[in-house]
Design a protein around this ligand. Structure first.
Ligand code: BTN
Length: 254
């Protein structure tokens, strides 16, 4: 665990690819529009990890901007070619989240997952996953706040450095998290939905809680009951009506 902390200057992102296992290869960029966009556009071999020091137009879920200042955080996208039919790709995001959560939880005991794709610490959002697909290809885009300590106040974000009071090595974190993301994609692709969901559940912050789910103009209020085998959030209103949600922005009511 100590290996993940660093003294300034020890990090070597351009060479971080050497820390990756042989089924992953790193494309490191000092500056990019969005690692997801480049991953979606190019003809990359499976296992390509496109990472950038900063992103000009990093994107989050629901059309949001992912703030991506230089020298501080991890922004990377993993290219994957599933053998599953596209209608079953809905669980890839959860599978990546569960796998990243399991990799980080031993280092950060307060870490939790919030459907559909948030990595949370008690003080706020540590990271997120944006799964995008084009043609035969799936791209798992991952943003983790690592050494940033100042955030725009409205973001309610937190970083590893803020949570632990230490600076972290991004190269070694990438070597921990990129293989974990691949493991999650492979597990879902092999049809291991039950294992993936059990792994997600063990870190889930929503289950059993009263929640509000915002979907555009619509707000659904109820209790978060479960994640379905397809990766949908099941919410039950007080009157008993059940919703099976494929997307939405969830907040815990109390
Ligand atoms: C979210 O929580 O809304 C998902 C955020 C995903 C951000 C990452 S940063 C690397 C990759 N490239 C992007 O443009 N977005 C994802």
């Amino acid at each position: 665990m100590d290996r993940l902390y660093f003294l300034t200057g020890q990090e070597a992102m351009p060479e971080a690819g050497r820390l990756l296992p042989p089924d992953l290869s790193l494309q490191w960029h000092l500056w990019l529009g969005s690692t997801n966009e480049l991953a979606l556009q190019g003809e990359w071999p499976p296992g390509t990890v496109i990472a950038a020091d900063c992103q000009e137009s990093g994107r989050g879920r629901l059309g949001r901007v992912w703030h991506s200042p230089p020298g501080l955080n991890l922004y990377f996208s993993l290219v994957y070619y599933p053998s599953l039919p596209a209608k079953q790709w809905g669980g890839f995001s959860l599978a990546v989240g569960a796998s990243l959560g399991q990799a980080l939880a031993p280092l950060l005991p307060g870490l939790r997952l919030k459907w559909p794709n948030d990595l949370l610490l008690p003080a706020g959002k540590l990271g997120g996953i944006l799964l995008e697909a084009r043609g035969e290809k799936v791209v798992a885009g991952i943003g983790i706040n690592v050494n940033q300590v100042d955030f725009p106040p409205l973001l309610r974000a937190v970083s590893l450095a803020r949570a632990t009071g230490k600076k972290w090595r991004r190269d070694r974190l990438l070597a921990l998290l990129a293989p974990a993301a691949l493991k999650g994609l492979e597990a879902w692709n092999r049809g291991e939905a039950a294992q993936v969901l059990a792994s997600w559940r063990s870190l889930d912050i929503l289950l059993g809680k009263d929640v509000e789910v915002r979907r555009g103009e619509e707000i659904i209020r109820g209790r978060a009951l479960a994640i379905s085998p397809e990766g949908r959030l099941l919410v039950q209103e007080q009157g008993g009506v059940q919703h099976s949600l494929a997307s939405g922005e969830v907040t815990i009511s109390r």
